[in-house]
Design a protein around this ligand. Structure first.
Ligand code: NIG
Ligand code: FE
Length: 412
């Protein structure tokens, strides 16, 4: 199958030599080609360049004329919890009336509420609900997604969630990575014996998940009121024994030490990071851990913003993901995440483009195959509606500007 996209007003985020990630001052640069073509063969990007250099030996099977339109690499969303049952809009109202995320959690709401709902929902029903969200994010430009477990909180229900993620991997046209998050919250029945729950995660859940090869990564909600550094380290160590690299929830609710723990265990990413100080920035510099910010959650919960400019000025890379989940970010719209990056975090449009493509591809472990327009990479791209500039994408924050989605070389 061959496809040519021609007369592209601007082909965004092109790379002659693919980068692992983009950091510091380089985040403000992106490479684009005006009046461009993009050639796709057998699901991969085979060539791109200026229209004047287009030289076709064999005519392509399909041609799209993208006059006045921009072409972007699909978004990589490196942090979601999109497998869940039902929704939690009642807690949304509680929050409007003044309760905090932590107060709702202490009353048995929050993650435990989703866990009770998930327990009552069959695997098939859970799959159908999650696939509706997957199809929605595909239409919004996402071509790769990381999905976490963590609403099961028992051996059977964690496996149920991870099997649903595997079915999504097998049936959806986008790239999927699975993360085991058994340590998302301590279930009510272990309230006075949390050590027993940690033992269950370590001795039963992790081996069972590994036996079925259900997860690529392991995560812990390492934060005030959830899991301590000591508990986090125990869990990460046992995950590592089974080859599960860490991606950590850290420093969302307080200075938890989670960022340093993530770096110590060579986590692929540490995520949230509202409470990032000088010591945390110092720990991240020179590490292989991608600092990942989730502006949907800080927006929805009204949290403080992470010190993004300071992080970038210190030479760090920054990634932006959606955190799509029913409690703190009920949206997987990565274009909106770009707008929030610009508006809330004062990131430049170029910085947010790097943050939702190359840098999130790194945070999912797929930067060799996804996250930019480069020869040999998977042909996951979207074509916009008629737009005047790439800055228009985060600027027009409420409009859906995505017209055509192409995944693995096929028009969706
Ligand atoms: O990333 N912070 C922890 N976990 C999720 C929230 C999950 C929920 O409230 O259901 C998050 O924000
Ligand atoms: Fe999360």
């Amino acid at each position: 199958m061959s496809l040519l996209i021609k007369n592209i007003s601007c082909l965004v985020q092109t790379e002659e030599v693919p980068q692992t990630w983009v950091a510091g001052k380089d985040m403000a640069k992106i490479s684009n080609i005006k009046d461009a073509f993009l050639k796709i063969d057998d699901g991969l990007i085979s060539d791109f360049g200026e229209m004047k250099d287009l030289n076709l030996q064999i005519p392509p099977e399909e041609i799209i004329d993208a006059s006045d339109r921009f072409v972007f690499p699909s978004f990589c969303d490196s942090h979601t919890h999109l497998v869940y049952a039902g929704s939690r809009e009642k807690e949304f109202v509680d929050k409007i009336k003044g309760l905090s995320y932590e107060e709702i959690a202490r009353r048995g709401g929050g993650i435990l509420n989703s866990s009770a709902l998930l327990h009552k929902t069959s695997e098939n029903e859970l799959f159908n609900q999650a696939m509706a969200r997957v199809n929605e994010i595909i239409s919004l430009g996402t071509g790769a997604v990381e999905i976490k477990s963590g609403y099961g909180l028992s051996v059977d229900d964690e496996l149920k969630m991870l099997r649903v993620i595997r079915r999504i991997k097998e049936s959806a046209p986008l790239e999927v990575k699975a993360t085991f998050l058994g340590a998302h919250a301590v279930p009510e029945k272990y309230k006075n014996s949390r050590g027993e729950y940690i033992d269950l995660v370590i001795n039963e859940m992790i081996p069972a998940v590994a036996a079925e090869e259900l997860a690529d990564y392991i995560d812990v909600f390492c934060d005030r009121g959830f899991f301590s550094i000591d508990e986090t380290e125990q869990i990460l160590m046992s995950g590592l024994k089974y080859g599960l690299r860490a991606k950590l929830h850290a420093n969302e609710l307080g200075c938890s030490g989670g960022i340093q723990a993530g770096v110590k265990y060579n986590a692929l990413s540490v995520d949230h990071l509202e409470y990032t100080g000088d010591a945390e920035i110092k720990a991240l510099i020179g590490s292989e851990t991608m600092p990942t910010l989730l502006p949907g959650a800080s927006f929805f919960l009204g949290l403080i913003d992470p010190p993004v400019r300071k992080m970038i000025d210190s030479g760090l890379p920054v990634a932006l993901a959606s955190d799509y989940n029913p409690g703190s970010s009920p949206s997987g719209n990565m274009k909106l995440i770009m707008s929030l990056g610009c508006i809330k975090f004062k990131m430049l449009p170029e910085e947010v483009i790097n943050a939702v493509t190359i840098n999130t591809a790194y945070a999912m472990g797929i930067s060799e195959t996804h996250g930019s327009i480069a020869r040999g990479k998977v042909a996951n791209v979207f074509i916009t509606k008629e737009i005047p500039s790439y800055e228009f994408i985060p600027y027009a924050f409420g409009s859906n500007l995505i017209e055509t989605v192409i995944l693995r070389g096929k028009i969706i």
